[in-house]
Each structure stands twice: as structure tokens, then as C-alpha cells.
Write a protein that binds this ligand. Structure first.
Ligand SMILES: Nc1ncnc2c1ncn2[C@@H]1O[C@H](COP(=O)(O)OP(=O)(O)OP(=O)(O)O)[C@@H](O)[C@H]1O
Ligand SMILES: [Mg+2]
Length: 244
């Protein structure tokens, strides 16, 4: 039996009168590619924001690698092996592609520009850029990248922290089919190398072939959990998507 890497217990977040996430509980098993799906506004990003410390939960608990995370803070979690990407890719447009990777290893801008980056981190950045076939672009300002390339760069940057668990918020939204395949390949490769994933994704074909298990949210509540096949035929899930 594999270990539980992330445990979310009765997590709740309200915005005024809206309960964005409602008593939500789920687990992510080590080694899995778990999907978190649901219609627009069902609370997926809000759940991610609470898990990664970008938003304070109203109630509930989060455990990562067995430890209760009392006050989740993004930088602490990052150091402990929990990294994420954003629905709108967050990179530094004025930094080069390579600098975006180096800074993701935990360097300050001062260290970066003072050339106080270790050889090992520089080598690792180059290695990841090569793996992502971005090495020919390494000197380009990230601002010059295409939308899909930015998403790829953000994913590549996340790997600089040697994460145990990566949360991806819509990694393929708005990117072309070739880039979707590329993204899928990188997720699979990293998963095979031991990285666990929790992925918010609207592309159901991708979810069905890549992820297991699948957690389904609707209006902030978990309505289903199971294999892709199980959730696909779950009446509650069909109603949530079609009933809109
Ligand atoms: N900062 C905020 N202030 C007020 N309401 C918010 C805020 N963030 C999210 N909400 C509301 O909380 C609910 C859940 O939003 P959330 O962004 O988590 O959904 P989502 O599942 O990620 O949707 P999508 O698939 O469209 O990205 C929505 O009703 C949204 O309008
Ligand atoms: Mg969202």
C-alpha cells in the first residue's frame, strides 16, 4: 500500500455569501497522478490556494508528508517539496528563460545578478531546459515566449525545487494540441521518476488517459471520487456537468 502524501480534511473557504470550498476532504497517494475536476467555479483553484498557502482556510486541516501544516506558507511548503503552477502562468517576463529557472531554485534577484549561483544549480537549470527542449531559447526574455511555452517554462521552473508533490492548475488550458502532448509527456516522465501530481484540468480526454484517481468538486463540495471510468459514469457527475 502506498503512503498518503497529502491529506485534506474538511477544508472550507467562504467569500462573503459564497462557500467556494465546502467541508472538502480528500487524499493524494504518493506516486499517483490525481485529478481534481469540476465545472467552472466549483472551487478547484480555491482549494489549491489553501493547500499551497496562498489563501487562509476558514476551517479544516492539511497534512503534507504526515505533518500537520498549521499555517501553510508558500515558501515553506516549496522547501518541503510542495510546488505549484498557476491557472495564469506566473513567470518573470523580464528575466530570461534560464534566469526564470535559476530563480526558482531559491535565489534572490541580488544573488542572481551578482552571479552567485552555484555551478550545480546552473547545470541543473541547463539540464531541465534541455529536457524541455527550451535550451535554444535560454537567453530570450520570458516575455517573448508563446503562451504554451510560458506554461511549459513554469512547469520546468517548478522542477528546480526537486518537488515531491506538484499541483498543476490547468496546465493545458489554451495551449495547442502539440503542446498538450508535450505537457503530458513531461508529466508522465516526472511521475515515473517519483513525482506525485495533483492536476486541475478541463480536458477530459487528457484526464481520462493520464489521471487516476479522479476527485470531482461541484459548488465547493466533493461529489465523487474514483477511477476515471467510475466518475465518468457517476450520475452526480453527469448532472453537475450537464445541469450547469
Ligand atoms: N478572491 C475571491 N473573492 C470572491 N470570490 C471568489 C474569490 N476566488 C474565488 N471566488 C469564488 O469562489 C468560487 C470558486 O472559485 P474557483 O476559482 O476556486 O473555481 P474553479 O473551480 O477554479 O473554477 P475555474 O474552473 O473556472 O477555474 C466561485 O464562485 C468564485 O467566484
Ligand atoms: Mg480555477
Amino acid at each position: 500500500m502506498s503512503a498518503i502524501l497529502l491529506e485534506v480534511d474538511h477544508l472550507t473557504k467562504r467569500f462573503g455569501g459564497v462557500t467556494a470550498v465546502n467541508e472538502c476532504s480528500f487524499e493524494v497517494q504518493e506516486g499517483s497522478i490525481t485529478a481534481l475536476i469540476g465545472p467552472n467555479g466549483s472551487g478547484k483553484t480555491t482549494a489549491f490556494n489553501m493547500i499551497t498557502g496562498y489563501l487562509k482556510a476558514d476551517s479544516g486541516h492539511i497534512r503534507f508528508r504526515g505533518d500537520l501544516i498549521e499555517r501553510p506558507r508558500p515558501a515553506d511548503l516549496y522547501r518541503r517539496g510542495l510546488s505549484r503552477t498557476f491557472q495564469q502562468a506566473r513567470i518573470f517576463p523580464e528575466l530570461s528563460v534560464e534566469e526564470n529557472l535559476v530563480i526558482a531554485a531559491g535565489y534572490s534577484w541580488r544573488q542572481l545578478f551578482g552571479r552567485r549561483v552555484s555551478r550545480a544549480d546552473q547545470d541543473r537549470a541547463r539540464q531541465i531546459l534541455a529536457e524541455f527542449r527550451l535550451e535554444s531559447l535560454l537567453e530570450l526574455p520570458a516575455a517573448d515566449l508563446s503562451y504554451g511555452q510560458r506554461k511549459l517554462l513554469e512547469f520546468a521552473a517548478v522542477l528546480m525545487s526537486n518537488p515531491k508533490l506538484v499541483l498543476l492548475d490547468e496546465p493545458t488550458a489554451g495551449v495547442n494540441p502539440v503542446m498538450i502532448d508535450t505537457m503530458e509527456r513531461h508529466i508522465r516522465e516526472r511521475n515515473a521518476a517519483g513525482v506525485t501530481f495533483l492536476i486541475v484540468e478541463h480536458d477530459m480526454q487528457l484526464v481520462m488517459r493520464l489521471c487516476d484517481p479522479v476527485i470531482v468538486l461541484d459548488q465547493g463540495s466533493k461529489i465523487a471520487f474514483g477511477t476515471p471510468l467510475e466518475v465518468q459514469s457517476d450520475p452526480l457527475v453527469l448532472e453537475a456537468y450537464l445541469g450547469g
